[in-house]
Design a protein around this ligand. Structure first.
Ligand code: 0RA
Length: 646
């Protein structure tokens, strides 16, 4: 997860109706979602997607990504090479058409199997328009051809520059700082995670990535090579590395139904959470859609049928619900759809009706066979489902207690909540504060008009390890639910969230800037990630950043958020500075806390977003799960906060 600037919605229709490179530069968010960190990385994905397309057509099996020293990125593939011959209609080289005409990508190759995702296929010309410089080099039929562009404008006609034995395409681009004002610095971690994901989703392709900006302790550039021979099966093993499986191996199926390629992999583990990740044309469909509902239907139908036939349910006093079949389930569903219709707030929900039956039938067939052939695993799965149903009943009772309180609104707010006077959720904020003492300071320091304070006692429950009913019985967690006004669970789906009544549009986690504080922050984030993911997805969750130092000299004083900043202030003030290190929020008085951390005009809030759902799931299960060794390794590598809030 990471921070991100406010998103701008864009529709597929507006992309169709577009004209010209100028328009891309005028309204970049319409094409790439935003011009922050996320949009920046999308540029790379768009270029790589073209190479993935080429690989899916069977013409390419190697893609190399290089982050160059100057923060430009090169993507090289060993495909057929973008054609360089004259494009009759346009009167220039086909390469130039691909690079400079919006929506031209792949137009002249209709027969090829082109379903990869990118930004819903806006094309590499968009990347070109948003780059200060781009160079396209094509190796074809013994010759090397080249063309360069500045902000999307052709610098010279395509020209031959040498001879070659290689066949393929190399694109090197440097994002335009005029467009990406926030930063043009690529994150190796983010790009590598996506390349890994792509290699799992498209087995057989070798994708390498190398960062030429930094060397490791051995003096070598940081790099990874991803190659998956088993596709989603390996993806599941990777995601569930720190979870304990309850069945022998990953259940994996690949097939085609009604012309729709469907690949599914799944396993049951000892955890209580459900981890479903779905993809359409390599795009992570966060909001699900018809493929996901098809999967759910197929799974429920088949397992229910098997359980009924096995006679294991006769003693059960209550019904089994859909989500009982998915407790402790990790699954990935990947489909390729010719003309995907994306819906939903973030356009990541598949709308195509025909896909539902295709996936549901595929899953039913696969599972039926699997259960027949693996009666031991089948028994384990059914027993697990029964346990989940029993636990759900206990959880429902506990949850109803929470919700009954919520419904009795006024009297129902937690006693520890110091509410604000304003009623409009859009302008209200609530601070979840570590500890009663810091809570007290925050209460004095806040602007009571729109800022509410909810102190949390010590470490909140680790929801990654707890069963659902324990989560709902936990007092701190109940306080969070009641304070936020959010309810959870319907008859159909015990985890469905009702966020319409959300009482504050900013939920700010405020912890000490030390190891314990980070741990508590992670616990709270884990809770939101597992139980209120929509709040994160809708951009409601923030982290406050209290300062680390106060530097004083005479009447002058300044706060510092890092050692470097502290040193700079010291230089500025000169000899004789007094430095106070804040070990916790409790060491600040109310005015200081307001001035540095709570006052809207001065504070920095980090908004939490999920960059890569599968990776976030893995990180949380690793950080918060049972298996200690990988967690320690992970924390020692210090990638933790890079992944969660960087
Ligand atoms: C259309 C036709 C042909 C190649 C490509 C597209 C192509 C595009 C990209 C983008 C990145 N790498 C690529 N590699 C190939 C060639 C058709 C032919 O040679 O017959």
């Amino acid at each position: 997860m990471s921070e991100k600037p406010k998103k701008e919605n864009y529709g597929a229709d507006s992309i169709q109706a577009l004209e010209g490179m100028e328009h891309v530069r005028m309204r970049p968010s319409m094409y790439i979602g935003d011009v922050g960190v996320r949009g920046l990385h999308h540029l790379v994905y768009e270029v790589v997607d073209n190479s993935i397309d080429e690989a899916m057509g069977g013409f390419c099996d190697e893609i190399d990504v290089v982050i160059n020293e100057d923060n430009s990125v090169s993507v090289k593939d060993n495909g057929r090479g973008i054609p360089v011959d004259l494009h009759k209609k346009e009167g220039v080289s086909a390469l130039e058409v691909v690079m400079t005409k919006i929506g031209a990508g792949g137009k002249f190759d209709k027969d090829s199997y082109k379903v990869s995702g990118g930004l819903h296929g806006v094309g590499v010309s968009v990347v070109n328009a948003l780059s200060i410089h781009l160079r396209a080099t094509v190796h074809r039929e013994g010759k090397i051809w080249e063309q360069e562009y500045e902000r999307g404008k052709t610098m010279y006609p395509v020209k031959p520059i040498g001879e070659t034995d290689f066949r393929g395409t190399v694109i090197t681009f440097r994002p335009d700082e005029e467009i990406f004002k926030q930063t043009i610095e690529f994150s190796y971690e983010t790009l590598a995670n996506r390349m890994r994901e792509l290699s799992f989703l498209n087995k057989g392709i070798t994708i390498s990535i190398i960062d030429k900006r930094n060397k490791d302790e051995k003096g070598e550039f940081i790099s990874d090579i991803f190659n998956s021979t088993e596709g989603l099966k390996e993806f599941i093993r990777f995601l569930d590395e720190t979870r304990e499986p309850v069945i022998g191996d990953v259940i994996h199926m690949e097939g085609e139904k009604n012309g729709i390629p469907v690949e599914v992999a799944m396993i049951y583990n000892t955890s209580y959470s459900e981890n479903l990740h779905s993809y359409v044309n390599n795009i992570n469909t966060h909001e699900g859609g018809t493929h996901l509902s098809g999967f759910r239907r197929g799974l429920t139908h088949t397992l229910k049928k098997y359980a009924d036939a096995s006679g294991m349910l006769t003693k059960l006093k209550f019904d089994i619900a859909g989500d009982d079949f998915r407790e402790g389930l990790t699954a990935i569903i990947s489909v390729k759809v010719g003309e995907p219709q994306f819906e939903g707030q973030t356009k990541t929900k598949l709308g195509n009706r025909e896909v539902s039956a295709a996936v549901s039938q595929s899953v039913s067939e696969m599972l039926e066979n699997y259960l027949e052939e693996n009666p031991n695993d089948a028994k384990i799965i059914v027993q697990k489902v029964i346990l989940a149903a029993q636990a759900r009943h206990a959880a429902n009772k506990a949850r109803d207690m929470v919700q009954r309180k919520t419904v009795m609104s006024i009297g129902g707010l937690p006693g520890k909540l110091s509410d604000c006077s304003e009623q409009d959720p859009a302008i209200c904020e609530v601070f979840l504060v570590e500890g009663d003492s810091a809570g007290g300071t925050a209460k004095q320091g806040r602007d009571r008009n729109f800022q509410a304070i909810l102190p949390l006692r010590g470490k909140i429950l680790n929801v990654e390890k707890a069963m659902q009913h324990k989560v709902f019985e936990n007092e701190e967690i109940r306080n969070i639910f009641t304070a936020l006004g959010v309810t959870i669970g319907t008859e159909e789906d015990s985890k469905a969230l009702n966020i319409e009544k959300l009482r504050y549009h900013k939920v700010v986690i405020m912890c000490d800037a030390d190891v314990d504080g980070s741990h508590i922050e992670t616990l709270i984030l884990t809770f939101f990630f597992r139980y209120m993911k929509e709040l994160i997805e809708n951009g409601h969750i923030y982290i406050a950043t209290p300062p680390l130092y106060l530097v004083r000299k005479g009447a002058k004083k300044k706060y510092a958020w890092s050692d470097e900043e502290r040193d700079e202030i010291q230089k500025e003030f000169g000899e004789g500075c007094k430095i106070q290190r804040y070990k916790g929020l409790g060491e600040m008085n109310a005015i200081q806390l307001w001035d540095t951390t709570m006052k809207p005009s001065a504070r920095t809030l980090r908004q939490i977003v999920i960059d890569n759902g599968a990776e976030a799931d893995r990180v949380f299960s690793m950080l918060m799960g049972d298996e200690v060794p990988p967690r320690r390794e992970f924390i020692e590598k210090n990638a933790v906060y890079a992944n969660i809030d960087a």
